[in-house]
Write a protein that binds this ligand. Structure first.
Ligand code: TEU
Length: 580
């Protein structure tokens, strides 16, 4: 649907503040560091900044474990610094969306600290507590029972209330000895799940959201928002192929639309956007969340295209072969699916995923493939989300050992995989870490060919990618042919052309092995996008209707105007034509 919205026309830039810019020399990025770089973002042409969590947190999951929703963690700065950042963005006609993490809190949150005092503590029911199951109830034999898996104290022989697993590996329940019950944590044990069945929890969260909206923010990115409704009775998982055991129970749970609608009733009073991160979601479900008659969310992050390279054993901690045809088919499915109702988000990497150039492009053709992937993301229908450093063509980090890894997801999943004997060797484990770890995206932003890449005056919390000497913002800004300046042209092109935002997407090459070509059509304005998704020279026989006069609007090589009957495309060549 083409009812105009500012968030449909916007490009979102994701700032992972811990790794963006360190202003006070403690090796960790901070809010004043972001403030110092707003002119850079303005020059790039982004419209919205999505700021990963900066709330008070012990940092077990880099801020996705919130201890106080209304305080800025002092490693990022003060609330005054945050107010300065909001004002700095608004002064430049940019907007700010905050990361909302309400499926769980930190175990250091006052609510959870209170909940642990006793079974009838005031805030006990803010979380999900249950008695364990005996080995008999759980159908586990004495011999099969391994208390170490559950970290049980000596003498305690019972199992969690169900068989759900954490995304970070291991059970999704931890035993609390002081009160003799288990509590649910779909992520780390230090991220206890909130009990959304409790109306007091819903009230607290909605009030907190309003408190941030009253400060003038422009919306929220909602962390794992479709996990917040858990089914009565918390039954065992039934789907052996679920992304984690139990996901078929707790993803898109029974009251999820009621809860998401309640959230949007709060947002409805403001001119804001919302993007819901959804671990599993179909096009039909996405329409329910974002469509005209839906729950009011602006758009969702779906991950179908970021699972194509999972291995046969399934799950993120495996590696399989993927093809451009798979990627083309998956993204086309979503383009077609939400064409007349709902709205797409467009993303190929973020702070949880490896760098897109390394995963979907080709480090041998780093610049060309970075520009091609940028062309794809910025000429599809939907709101593009770029992750810091993508505009420089930053790549994955060459991990030499686990000691360089900080990410709880990587460390705990590697530990679980080792326990299950899934790695044939240490080098196989490292290969997978280099390919899959979220820390690939969390190395410091590369500003210049200076010590620590200009990110900090002191040793950063994460190692800097050794290629910072040639892959850095200063070098990119001074080279007119850089990925950075190509991205500026992409963003300007979207800004100036409604067809890029609202035009219909029509795939033209459903079967070509290397070429992904599509049109975007709005009234009599038509673009023809041609992408050679390979490191080979290739030819593409264009259907007659597109042959002839056309102005070449964007290209990552020196191509000419006009569409020939057969196009010869160089490795990773991208072209955007405006058809006459
Ligand atoms: O990620 C949730 C999510 O999509 C997981 O399924 C993801 O696969 C997992 O984090 C490993 O990549 C969100 C945040 O983006 C992530 O950084 C947090 O660790 C997680 O929620 C818990 O808050």
């Amino acid at each position: 649907d083409t009812d105009r919205k500012w968030w449909k026309e916007a490009v979102v830039y994701q700032v992972y503040p811990r790794s963006f810019a360190d202003s006070d020399g403690d090796g960790v990025g901070d809010i004043p560091g972001v403030l110092d770089r707003l002119d850079y973002l303005d020059e790039l042409g982004v419209d919205v900044v999505w700021l990963n969590p900066v709330y008070e947190s012990p940092g077990v999951d880099n801020g996705y474990d919130i201890a106080d929703y209304r305080a800025i963690d002092d490693q990022f700065g003060t609330m005054d610094d945050w107010e300065d950042l909001l004002a700095g963005l608004h002064d430049r006609e940019m907007r700010l969306i905050m990361d909302l993490v309400v499926n769980h809190t930190s175990d250091e949150h006052d609510w959870f600290q209170n909940a642990c005092e006793s079974r009838d503590a005031e805030y006990r029911d803010y979380y999900v507590w249950r008695e364990g199951r005996s080995l008999e109830e759980a159908g586990v034999s004495d011999a099969a029972f391994d208390p170490a898996v559950y970290g049980l104290p000596a003498g305690v022989r019972e199992l969690p209330p169900n068989d759900w697993e954490s995304f970070f590996g291991g059970p999704a329940w931890s035993y609390h000895e002081a009160t003799g019950e288990w509590y649910l944590h779909i992520f780390d044990e230090r991220q206890p799940d909130l009990n959304w069945e409790n109306p007091a929890v819903r009230r607290e969260i909605l009030d907190m959201m309003e408190w941030w909206l009253e400060k003038g923010i422009d919306g929220f990115r909602m962390d794992v928002i479709n996990l917040i409704s858990k089914p009565e009775g918390l039954p065992d998982g039934e789907d052996p192929d679920a992304i984690v055991r139990g996901a078929d129970q707790f993803v898109n749970g029974p009251r999820i639309h009621e809860y998401v609608s309640a959230i949007h009733d709060v947002l409805a009073d403001y001119d804001v956007m919302s993007v819901g991160e959804m671990a599993e979601v179909t096009v039909e479900q996405a329409k329910r969340y974002t469509g005209r008659d839906g729950d009011g969310m602006s758009m969702v992050f779906n991950f179908d295209h970021l699972r194509l390279d999972f291995g046969p054993e399934g799950g993120r901690w495996s590696k399989g072969e993927w093809s451009m045809a798979d990627l083309r088919e998956t993204i086309t499915h979503w383009q077609d699916g939400l064409e007349d109702d709902g709205w797409n988000s467009l993303h190929l990497n973020n702070h949880d995923e490896p760098r897109m150039v390394s995963r979907f492009g080709d480090e041998e053709y780093r610049r060309e493939s970075a520009k091609l992937l940028g062309t794809l993301l910025h000429t599809l229908r939907g709101t593009p989300y770029m992750y810091q450093g993508e505009e420089l063509g930053m790549t994955n980090y060459p991990f030499e050992s686990l000691t360089e890894v900080r990410d709880v997801d990587t460390l705990k999943n590697v530990e679980a995989a080792r326990r299950e004997g899934r790695f044939a060797s240490e080098s196989e484990m490292l290969d997978l870490v280099r390919y899959r770890s979220r820390d690939n995206a969390r190395t410091p932003m590369q500003w210049a060919d200076e010590e620590h890449a200009g990110f900090s005056e002191s040793t950063p919390w994460m190692p800097v990618n050794p290629n910072y000497t040639e892959v850095n913002a200063a070098a990119e800004r001074s080279d007119p042919d850089s990925v950075f300046h190509y991205y500026r042209r992409l963003l300007a092109f979207r800004d100036e052309n409604d067809v890029v935002v609202y035009g219909d997407y029509d795939l033209q090459t459903p079967n070509h092995e290397d070429v992904w070509a599509y049109t975007r059509t709005l009234d009599d304005d038509q673009l023809f996008v041609v992408l050679n998704f390979s490191d080979d020279e290739t030819t593409y026989d264009v259907s007659a209707e597109f042959v002839g006069d056309a102005s070449l609007e964007l290209s990552n090589y020196d191509a000419e105007d006009g569409v020939a009957a057969t196009l010869s495309l160089r490795p990773w060549e991208a072209r955007v034509y405006r058809l006459a």
